[in-house]
Every structure is written in structure tokens, then in C-alpha cells.
Design a protein around this ligand. Structure first.
Ligand SMILES: *[C@@H]1O[C@H](CO)[C@@H](O)[C@H](O)[C@H]1NC(C)=O
Ligand SMILES: *[C@@H]1O[C@H](CO)[C@@H](O)[C@H](O)[C@H]1NC(C)=O
Ligand SMILES: *[C@@H]1O[C@H](CO)[C@@H](O)[C@H](O)[C@H]1NC(C)=O
Length: 500
């Protein structure tokens, strides 16, 4: 299905292998030195305190510096582990949402989808006052009007100077002086966050250090025009507290140095470059610089927690025959039952009928006639169009596969209809139904037309992202239910791989 021309490949390949060899040697020596270092460190720490974990005490000391509580090092040493290290949770995050008064009436519906008023902290920043219905007041973050930015230079003929206002949201939010903040997370009014997964991602990083976390655009051209080092604002990005402090000190001067830039996120990136802080890429932040149908991207999500969705006004509704907001509401059910598993792909075969099955948990199931390899199935199918409408598939920043023109290879698609948790078995059961009929096919083999419903059983896995990334496995189960396929999804068992 995927054919690639092999020109210019060999010299590059040779260079790559010799480079790898020297790297391997360096790595080997590094390994030896590190083991020795650890050995000696252990010796040292054991010699004065058996219970102490050096890593944990260090992070606690630096944490108290930023929250400026006074306690001596002597006391620190006696703090038990559990108290010394408090995992990041939703209360440590403050959201800064860039919005405009003109679009507020429709855009606020996207914020309501993910905002939990009693758990989350954040501000929606607008350029002028808007009328909020009373019924909305308790469902949304508080609204604030951004500072006047008319004194700043803006010289990009294609963009809009509101970019400066949006860019300064980080600094303006910081200056509110909220307590116990570890991360500032920026997003647009048309960004939907999966906050459980956002927390999971941020837990991996030390908030006492400088971190700028987000992701690139799907469009290679966008990344060329802006930067591969830039976190796209619509996909959302996170800035650790001390980095926000450092940014705030320079931001206004920094903005004046780049009047020619287009947007708010490239202005942030320009200042990050001055601070010398690179982008830490997390693949679950989605800018979605595409048009058309997101299906291909959502059915083959990378093995990373789904953190955000953006440009939901631009693309088609993610479920057929419902409005955009209604479609996203449907996702809330699986999001609640098993956020870590949301949109995670698993691939398996129905051996007796020679079909390939691809599950995107909580979203859709596909059945293909014939056997496709895992490397093909994990590539998103091009159901969507490029941001630059005349560009083709070479202008994406990741691999994609064509949608087959052969009617027999067109997948049977089942979309999520509902999901429940069964307390007796501790499993979720999600049900997917076919909404479109497939064209007639003359292949003499089992026909998935008979299957109208797919039922997927899966145990929620809270710790999925605490382990090394690995795709879940799926297994087709025997069933007597007519017209139904039953699939089990879960962690792969020993020696379980996607093969026929
Ligand atoms: C979040 O962590 C803090 C400690 O830093 C704790 O006091 C608080 O109860 C936690 N909140 C939630 C919602 O888990
Ligand atoms: C689409 O939705 C409408 C109204 O909600 C319903 O009457 C119609 O049958 C649906 N069409 C399909 C193909 O599901
Ligand atoms: C279900 O999971 C909960 C929490 O993980 C556990 O306490 C309970 O014993 C489990 N129940 C069954 C039937 O496995």
C-alpha cells in the first residue's frame, strides 16, 4: 500500500550506520562510567543515612525555594518520602485561554466540554467585555480583559495584532500571583483538553526546572514557515512555573524585537529561543492544521496520551450526522471511564475470516478485508486534507497512507455509540455501530457486511502511561450474538505480537 521511491537513500544509510557505531561505543563507555558513579554514590549515601533517597530530597529542597517556605536542611532530611514528593495534580495547573469577544458565543461551548469548575483554575482572556448568560457563569473559567497592547509594534501584513495580546497571556496570568502553581497551560477558545492525560504528561517533568512542552503542526509547511521548535498555541502548551517567571521578566522587551512575526505562539518561541529553552515534544497535543475528516488521525493515534484537540470548527464533526459539539460530548463518556486509553489503537486479525481489525478505543473500530501489517495500520489514512490546500501528502510532518480506491479494501467503519463500566468484571464495554454501508465487492471471502455492531471489552488502565509506551493488543472473541463482533483489548500478553 505504501510505496516509496528509494533514491538518495544508500549514502545516507551508510553515514548513518558508521555514525551509529561510534555512538554505540561512546554509549558503552558512558554506561560504564555511570554504573561506577552510581556505585560510588550509593556507597556515600549509605554511609550516612540508610533511608534517604537522594533524588527525592533534592527535588523537595528546590520546591521549598520556589514556594519560599522556610525550613532548614536538617528538617528536610527527616521528612519521610511520601511527604517529600507530591505528585502533580490538576490543582497545580493554571490555564490561560486566549479568546475573542466576537466568537465567544460559539467557542465557549468547547470550553464547557472539558472545564471542571470546582477542580480547575484558569482565566479566559478577552479583548473586551462579553455578555455571559447566567446559566454559564458556573460552568466556565473566570473572564478577564487583557491589558492594552497598542504601544507594541506589529508589522506582519497577513496576521492580526491581537497576537501580541494572546502572547502576553502567560505573563498576565503569572502576575495574578496565584498560589501553588507548577504549570501554566495555554490554549485557544477552540481547544479541548483531556485534562487527566495532561496531568499525566506533566507528572513526568520536574516543574522546578525550565520546561516548554507542546507539539508541532501536522503540516510540514507550517513548521517550515513557523518553526519545528515551536509549540503550536491551538494544540496548547505548558510552561513550568520558573520558566514563566523568567519569560515574564523579558517578554515585553522580547515582543518588541519581533514585530514581523505572525502569531502569538511564534512570539513565545522567539523568547524561548532567547532563553535557550527548546521545545519538549509531546505527541498528544494536537494543533490539527488540517481540513476535512479527522478520522484517519484519530483512528491511528500515536502511542502517547491524547492531550488536546483543536480547530474543531474547521474540521468536520468527529462523529457522523451530529453537530460538532454533540460529537465531542459523546467522547466524554469513554474519557471518564478510561482517559488513558482514549483513542489508543490496537490491531489484530480475525484469523478464520482473514480480516484485519483496528480499534481506536472510545472512538471507532474498523474491519478490513484481508491482512494488513501493523506498520501500515499504524499510519493514519489520508481522510483529511492539507492546511495548504494545494499541497499533497509529502507536506505532512509524519507518515500517512492513501485511502484505498479498491472498493473491497474500503474499511467497514463502526463509530462509538455508548460505553459503560461493569463493576462486576471491572471492565468497560464500549459499543460501536456502523453508520454507512460499504459498496459491493466481488472478492470470494467472508463479508463484514453481516457485522453491524462491535463490542469492545477493556479493563481501564490507570497506569498505562507509567510504563514504557506500547500499543495495546486486541483479540477477537468467539460469540453467538448475531451480527456482533466481540473484541477484548488490553495489555499485550507475553509473546503476543501482531502477526497472523
Ligand atoms: C494535589 O496535591 C496537593 C499537594 O501538593 C494536595 O494537597 C491536594 O489534595 C491534591 N489535590 C488533588 C485534587 O488530588
Ligand atoms: C441523521 O440524524 C437524523 C436526525 O437526528 C436522523 O433522522 C437520520 O436517520 C440520521 N441519519 C443517519 C444516516 O444516521
Ligand atoms: C475492581 O477494581 C477495584 C479497584 O481497582 C478493586 O478494588 C476491586 O477489587 C476490583 N473488583 C474486581 C471484581 O476485580
Amino acid at each position: 500500500m505504501s510505496t516509496m521511491k528509494n533514491h538518495h537513500k544508500d549514502p545516507e544509510h551508510l553515514f548513518y550506520s558508521s555514525w551509529t557505531f561510534s555512538k554505540l561505543m561512546a554509549f558503552f563507555f558512558l554506561l560504564i562510567s555511570i554504573s561506577y558513579l552510581f556505585y560510588s554514590l550509593r556507597f556515600v549515601s549509605h554511609s550516612y543515612d540508610c533511608d534517604q533517597n537522594p533524588h527525592i530530597s533534592i527535588s523537595h529542597v528546590s520546591e521549598t525555594t520556589t514556594t519560599s517556605t522556610t525550613s532548614s536542611l536538617e528538617e528536610e532530611r527527616e521528612t519521610p518520602k511520601e511527604q517529600a514528593f507530591e505528585e502533580t495534580n490538576i490543582s497545580h495547573i493554571v490555564f490561560g485561554i486566549g479568546a475573542s469577544a466576537k466568537l465567544w458565543k460559539q467557542r465557549k461551548e468547547y470550553i464547557k466540554l472539558w472545564w471542571k469548575p470546582n477542580e480547575m483554575r484558569g482565566i479566559v482572556w478577552l479583548e473586551q467585555k462579553v455578555k455571559n448568560e447566567v446559566s454559564d457563569e458556573n460552568l466556565l473559567p473566570s473572564l478577564k480583559i487583557s491589558e492594552d497592547t497598542s504601544k507594541f509594534k506589529y508589522k506582519n501584513s497577513k496576521g492580526h495584532r491581537s497576537a501580541i495580546r494572546i502572547s502576553r497571556i502567560v505573563s498576565e496570568t503569572l502576575r495574578l500571583g496565584m498560589e501553588g502553581v507548577r504549570w501554566f497551560v495555554m490554549g485557544d477558545d477552540d481547544t479541548v483538553f483531556v485534562t487527566e492525560n495532561l496531568v499525566k504528561v506533566l507528572q513526568k517533568y520536574d516543574h522546578n526546572q525550565y520546561y516548554y512542552i507542546g507539539s508541532s503542526s501536522e503540516s510540514h509547511l507550517q513548521n517550515i514557515y513557523f518553526s519545528y521548535n515551536m509549540a503550536y498555541g491551538g494544540g496548547g502548551f505548558a510552561i513550568s512555573y520558573p520558566l514563566a517567571v523568567a519569560l515574564e521578566k523579558i517578554q515585553d522587551r522580547c515582543i518588541q524585537r519581533y514585530p514581523g512575526l505572525y502569531g502569538s505562539d511564534d512570539r513565545i518561541q522567539a523568547c524561548m529561543a532567547e532563553l535557550g529553552v527548546p521545545l519538549t515534544k509531546e505527541r498528544g497535543f494536537h494543533q490539527f492544521d488540517v481540513y476535512g475528516n479527522l478520522f484517519g488521525l484519530l483512528a491511528a493515534h500515536p502511542v502517547a496520551p491524547l492531550v488536546s484537540l483543536h480547530h474543531l470548527d474547521v474540521v468536520e464533526p468527529i462523529f457522523p450526522n451530529v453537530s460538532r459539539v454533540q460529537a465531542l460530548k459523546r467522547l466524554k463518556v469513554p474519557m471518564k471511564l478510561d482517559p488513558a486509553g482514549l483513542m489508543q489503537q490496537s490491531i489484530c486479525y480475525d484469523k478464520t475470516r482473514t480480516w484485519t481489525i483496528s480499534v481506536s478505543w472510545g472512538y471507532a473500530v474498523q474491519i478490513f478485508r484481508g491482512i494488513f501489517s501493523a506498520r501500515e495500520m499504524e499510519m493514519p489514512a489520508r481522510t483529511f486534507l492539507n492546511w495548504y490546500k494545494r499541497a499533497d501528502y509529502t507536506a505532512y510532518s509524519f507518515n500517512t497512507r492513501p485511502v484505498s480506491r479498491n472498493v473491497c479494501q474500503k474499511p467497514f467503519v463502526y463509530h462509538l455509540s455508548n460505553a459503560i463500566h461493569n463493576a462486576d468484571t471491572n471492565e468497560t464495554m464500549s459499543r460501536y455501530v456502523r453508520t454507512q454501508s460499504n459498496p459491493a465487492c466481488k472478492w470470494k471471502m467472508a463479508d463484514p457486511t453481516q457485522i453491524t455492531i462491535v463490542e469492545v471489552h477493556k479493563k481501564p488502565d490507570l497506569h498505562l502511561w507509567d510504563k514504557s509506551p506500547r500499543r495495546n493488543c486486541c483479540r477477537v472473541q468467539r460469540t453467538k450474538k448475531k451480527g456482533t463482533m466481540v473484541i477484548d483489548v488490553g495489555e499485550c500478553r507475553e509473546d503476543e505480537v501482531v502477526e497472523l
